[in-house]
Design a protein around this ligand. Structure first.
Ligand code: AMP
Length: 436
């Protein structure tokens, strides 16, 4: 099936050809015709499936088809969980809309609000925003959402995980009742279904998201190693096997910084990417990594979300995540689009419970290989794992693997905005308090 047969207009077909796409992906084939027809949609699709073009292309066509006689009101609103994703979606809007005269803006925290206000004043057709900053604008009266025709919730499960449900409901109150609603999510919890029930009218349901299948194409392996020797083993693996592009996950921002510095000292070019870094620093680190100037990118889970880096040959779990589902998201960065990838986990004695939780989720044991020279010392006892919360958060009892809903919210390790202590949940509470 071709893009032509989906009913897209010539300007969009040209942009798709410019982007080098030959055929639509499954989510695009399923999503584009009903969205063009004005239907609401509940879509199960992960990053990497081509979902962004799946909603952006028909959205552009619908907006282009009935332009307002005067002014340039916000007519489409895309909500995303992270600023990285907001920036990427807006990039896609620019890419696919390059032969149409449509204005778009990405709105997120952590950067100055004034240029955003000026851009909004000049007129924006398509706004891509994180909920917090959007509400800041709404409160200041610098954004008008009363003429929104299409609402997209992108990565809705992530938004709920990050504690955005109240913010989303506040945003919904600012929108006109009559509009087209599209909800994209990789997973469907009861909370997502509740949100969808209240939001969507007779939606078209599509589903291309694999359910925790942890991609058969990914070669997964565990290397048992002592806590104190993980860095040495990592440098040895990267250097010894001449890996050129490695994404390494740590649990905390501090851990990410420290590891990047240590790797640099080992002679491996490395950069850390996490919520405390400025937007500029994160963008630079990602660009350097993609360009091959930086060999190792060390990231925390939340910072890595929504990053347009996939099809990597190597992903390393330097530390296992507290939440088993995060393991699946992490390793999903490799082995995309039919390519083989390798996901390696360095597991010390403290992490055995976390590993069991992951294996339970996957429904199988991961192959384990002890590397000669790195055999764990059997005398080393397990220590509780710090869970990255600020303000004296307790480590999870016995290092167990708590269910996502219970643990994801207080994971303050990556506030969506730098300089805000206490992370998303605390911020929501503060905002609620400030408005009460
Ligand atoms: P997404 O799931 O929207 O994050 O897209 C994942 C990647 O797939 C992006 O880098 C897109 O540029 C790329 N992509 C989207 N649609 C297609 C297509 N039809 N053919 C090839 N690549 C695509």
């Amino acid at each position: 099936m071709s893009f032509e047969s989906l009913g897209l207009q010539a300007e969009l077909l040209r942009a798709v050809a410019d982007a080098g796409y030959d055929d639509p992906t499954p989510v695009q084939r399923l999503a584009i015709p009903p969205i063009l027809a004005g239907r609401d949609m509940l879509a199960g699709a992960q990053t990497g499936t081509g979902k962004t073009a799946g909603f952006t292309l028909p959205l552009l066509q619908r907006l282009g088809a009935n332009r307002p006689a005067n002014g340039r009101p916000v007519r489409a609103l895309v909500l995303t969980p992270t600023r990285e994703l907001a920036a990427q979606v807006q990039d896609s809007v620019v890419t696919y809309g390059r032969h149409l005269s449509m204005k778009s803006l990405a709105l997120f925290g952590g950067v100055s609000i004034n240029p955003q206000i000026s851009a909004l004043r000049r007129g924006v057709d398509i706004l891509v925003a994180t909920p917090g900053r959007l509400l800041d604008h709404a409160q200041q009266g610098t954004v008008d959402l009363s003429r929104v025709e299409i609402l997209v919730l992108d990565e809705a499960d992530r938004m709920l995980d990050m504690g955005f449900i109240r913010d989303i409901r506040r945003v919904l109150k600012l929108l006109p009742a009559k509009r087209q609603n599209l909800l994209f999510s990789a997973t469907f919890s009861a909370e997502i279904r509740g949100l969808a029930d209240g939001l969507l009218e007779n939606p078209e349901r599509i589903d291309v998201a694999p359910r925790n299948t942890a991609a058969e194409l990914i070669d997964q392996k565990v290397h048992p190693v002592d806590r104190a020797r993980k860095r040495e083993l990592l440098s040895w693996l990267i250097g010894g096997q001449d890996w050129r592009q490695v994404l390494v996950f740590t649990r905390t921002k501090h851990g990410a910084n420290r590891l990047a510095e240590q790797l640099e000292r080992d002679g491996l070019s490395a950069a850390a990417i996490h919520g405390n870094k400025s937007q500029g620093a994160r963008t630079r680190a990602l660009a350097d990594f993609k360009a091959g100037k930086v060999r190792v990118l060390v990231a925390t889970d939340i910072a890595a979300r929504g990053l347009d880096i996939d099809q990597l040959p190597h992903v390393v779990n330097y530390e296992l995540p507290h939440v088993a589902e995060d393991y699946v998201h992490r390793i999903g960065r490799t082995g995309r689009a039919g390519r083989e990838g390798q996901a390696i986990s360095l597991v010390c004695v403290d992490e055995h419970d976390l590993l069991r939780g992951i294996e339970k989720l996957l429904g199988r044991k991961l192959p384990s290989e002890t590397l000669p020279g790195f055999e764990p010392d059997p005398r080393v006892r397990a220590e509780p794992i710090e869970n990255g919360r600020r303000g004296g958060g307790k480590p999870p009892r016995g290092g167990s693997n708590p269910p996502r809903a219970a643990s994801a919210r207080p994971r303050a390790g990556d506030s969506a905005r730098p300089g805000h202590r206490g992370g998303q949940a605390a911020r929501s509470r503060r905002r609620a308090g400030a408005r009460a």
